[in-house]
Design a protein around this ligand. Structure first.
Ligand SMILES: Cc1ncc(COP(=O)(O)O)c(C=O)c1O
Length: 352
């Protein structure tokens, strides 16, 4: 007898931070503008899933992961969340928002990947760290062992007679990845209800919980739409193994007997350079194009570069004319305010 294992998320504790499905919408003006810039004036039809509208302050992909991670922390009796990120970390900001909502304390280890880039008075996410009352921030140099730094911070919490729960960078472990299995299931239901046939999904690929969780969710739910992950800090050779490992960990946690294959994990590099979080001209074009055709903001560190990847693939013909392509908007808007003059510029003084 063959037993087909389904993906049952209801076995896992979950807090609810978004009381609705994020909108799935067609982008007519953006699709038209993109087509006009493609060879022959024809391009793909672009759809968007608005995960920038998820709950918490303001939402983004981390909200979905934290629904499962914070529920696990609460189940273990933790009173303090410890996590890590870059100086303008969306993940740290949303983790802090979840902590505040749940009556927990929250501490960060901030990795200064670009030397000298951490400024206590910076705007964007940094400002929100202070506004929402982060309990403590340790700043460490780029390349530090973040797991060891977070363990040190958690030990300190324990010495103070409290109980810490460590959330890895980006909330990307097997439990966090469940959030994007939930997203895959939500999307499947929306595609069915709206009668939409999507040919490809484009997502960002960083700490890999989003891309890996979606791959796991698509495989486990038999959703046969290819997913392309645009790297925000790594090219294919470095990113693909991370995403594959994350997708497999999520499937294993769910007890689904599927082995992820390298061909299930498509990664595209070349759009994040010159460096993680450092602006480039194609990011500026993408941010301006979506804002000025649809009134939807993207962020300079992640979604601006991810959309630049989608635009680049359309112009190269890797996304075909009249294909329906879904862009997953993963949020990140607060850091837009830390780069206002850059995204209003013409990008001419920036690397391509
Ligand atoms: C706005 C935004 N988009 C995309 C990503 C990348 O997602 P992941 O870390 O799950 O790969 C992040 C992660 O920090 C993010 O903040």
């Amino acid at each position: 007898m063959h037993y087909h294992a389904a993906m049952d998320l209801s076995r896992f504790p979950r807090r609810r931070y978004t009381p609705f499905a994020t909108p799935l919408e067609f982008l007519p003006n953006f699709s038209r503008a993109l087509a006009a810039s493609c060879p022959g004036g024809r391009g793909p039809r672009i759809w968007i899933k608005r995960d920038d509208m998820l709950g918490l302050f303001p939402g983004g992909n981390k909200t979905r992961k934290l629904e499962f991670l914070v529920a696990d922390a609460l189940a273990q009796g933790a009173d303090t969340l410890v996590t890590c990120g870059a100086p303008q970390s969306n993940h740290c900001r949303i983790t802090l928002a979840a902590a505040v909502k749940e009556g927990l304390k929250c501490r960060f280890v901030i990795e200064e990947r670009v030397p000298g880039s951490y400024d206590v008075d910076a705007s964007g996410n940094n400002f929100m760290f202070r506004l929402m009352g982060v309990e403590k921030i340790n700043v460490v140099p780029g390349g530090s062992n973040m797991a060891a730094e977070m363990q040190k911070m958690a030990d300190e919490v324990v010495r103070e007679g409290r109980k810490a729960y460590i959330i890895p960078g980006g909330g990307s472990n097997a439990i966090g990845g469940l959030g994007y299995v939930a997203c895959a299931q939500e999307l499947q239901q929306q595609l069915f209800e709206q009668g939409v046939a999507i040919d490809r999904v484009v997502v960002g690929s960083g700490s890999s919980g989003t891309h890996g969780g979606m791959v796991a969710g698509f495989l486990g739910n038999n959703i046969r739409i290819p997913i392309t992950g645009i790297g925000v800090s790594r090219d294919l050779a470095d990113q693909q193994p991370l995403v594959l490992k994350e997708a497999q960990a999520v499937l294993d946690l769910l007890g689904v007997a599927i082995k992820v294959k390298p061909e299930d994990v498509q990664c595209v590099g070349g759009y994040w350079q010159p460096k993680y979080s450092v602006p480039n001209a194609r990011m500026v074009e993408a941010v301006q194009m979506l804002a000025r055709t649809e009134g939807i903001p993207l962020d300079p560190v992640y979604t601006g570069k991810i959309m630049a990847g989608l635009i680049g693939m359309a112009r190269e013909g890797a996304l075909k004319p009249d294909e329906n392509v879904l862009f997953l908007h993963t949020g990140g808007l607060p850091s837009l305010h830390a780069y206002e003059s850059v995204v209003l510029g013409d990008g001419k003084d920036l690397p391509a």
